[in-house]
Design a protein around this ligand. Sequence first.
Ligand SMILES: [Zn+2]
Ligand SMILES: [Zn+2]
Length: 126
Amino acid sequence: MTTEIPAIAPPALTCGAGDCTGTVVVHWQRRLLPDEIAAQEAIEQDRRSTILTEADPQLPAPEFPPMDFSDSTVIVHACAQHALSIDAAAVVHQATCAAPPACDCKPEPAPQPDPLTDPPAMPAGW
Ligand SMILES: [Zn+2]
Ligand SMILES: [Zn+2]
C-alpha cells in the first residue's frame, strides 16, 4: 500500500501591477507601510506573549529588545512587462513606491562593499 504524498505547491505569486496576470519573473524589496509595520508588531507581540506565558517561573523573566521594523522589507513581484531594470531591482525602494508598474520613489543607495573584506589574491585560474 502506498500513500500519496501531496505535492507542496509554491505560494502563488502575482505581479504587483493592478490585476495583471503576467507570469512573475523578477522581484525587489521595499520598506514596510505603516499598516504592515503594525501587523508585524502584532505578530511579534503575540510571539512574545507566548514566550512569557510558557517561560519557566523559576528563571528570570525573558527580556525582549524594543521592536524595530525600520530595517524590514517586503518582496515585490513583477512580470516581464512591469519589471524594473536590474539596477533598480537591486536596491531597496520606499514603502510608497508605485512599482510595479513604474518606480516613482528615490530608492535607498546600494550597500557599499566592506573595505575590510578585500578578497585575498588568488592563484591564476581560480
Ligand atoms: Zn505585470
Ligand atoms: Zn521605487
